[in-house]
Design a protein around this ligand. Sequence first.
Ligand code: ZN
Length: 279
Amino acid sequence: MRDLSRRPELLSINTATVRQQWSLPQIIEGCARQEIRAVAPWRDQVAQCGLKTAAELVKKHDLRISGYCRGGMFTAPDKAGRQAALDDNRRAVDEALALNAECLVLVVGGLAAGSKDIADARQQVRDGIASLLDYSRAQGMKLAIEPLHPMYAADRACVNTLKQANDLCQALGAGIGVAVDVYHVWWDPELAVEIARAGKNNWLYAFHVCDWLVPTRDLLLDRGMMGDGIIDIAGIRRQVEAAGYNGTVEVEIFSAQDWWQRDPDEVLRVCRERYASVC
Ligand code: ZN
């Protein structure tokens, strides 16, 4: 087995990790100072500094954009809502292209407002992705479905396992793949089988890391730094790489009470150290 921990160029920082402390231009400068070669920015941060400025900064620092966060949220109570979501997703594809992102990450959406019908939500998601694919394929932008932990099924994503995401990829054809985030999938007894399946089909597009803290104090904003929780991150990385994945390892930490309170230069430094020692 190759020792991939010695490939610092594969470390990517999802900009949510220091979003409370820094604007996108500050994050890009901060990553450049730490010789971090890849980032994954969020749409609201890009909108805040302007797409043109963001694209220029990416180019100036010769940064790799491991993914663009995010598209999705396809579900809505009515047709107008679903159309609005689709229109917004097309704009996200355009932005991802302008930034030269490797994929547009999809958090697909949960139950439509007022609904208790999760089967319907999943059908809406499938239809929404199929429509978006007509556009993204023509533009040459890859879409990556990120299955989210089942605790988010109601409000964020009704695709909750890698198997579900793989099944969608298989049904929808070229241009669609998966983003494997250890935080969401570490518990899944079918994980190894489904990672191998995604690899075999060449649709492993992204790999995200952070850690699962015990106890977890907040469903959304208490993700841990790699090494501080119970996920076998190196083990899952070995699985994705054995399946043929050769892309970045993207650190994505939402941490209202801890990492968002710290000096962002320190956060990036610790990300680098833990990437080498834990991932
Ligand atoms: Zn993620």
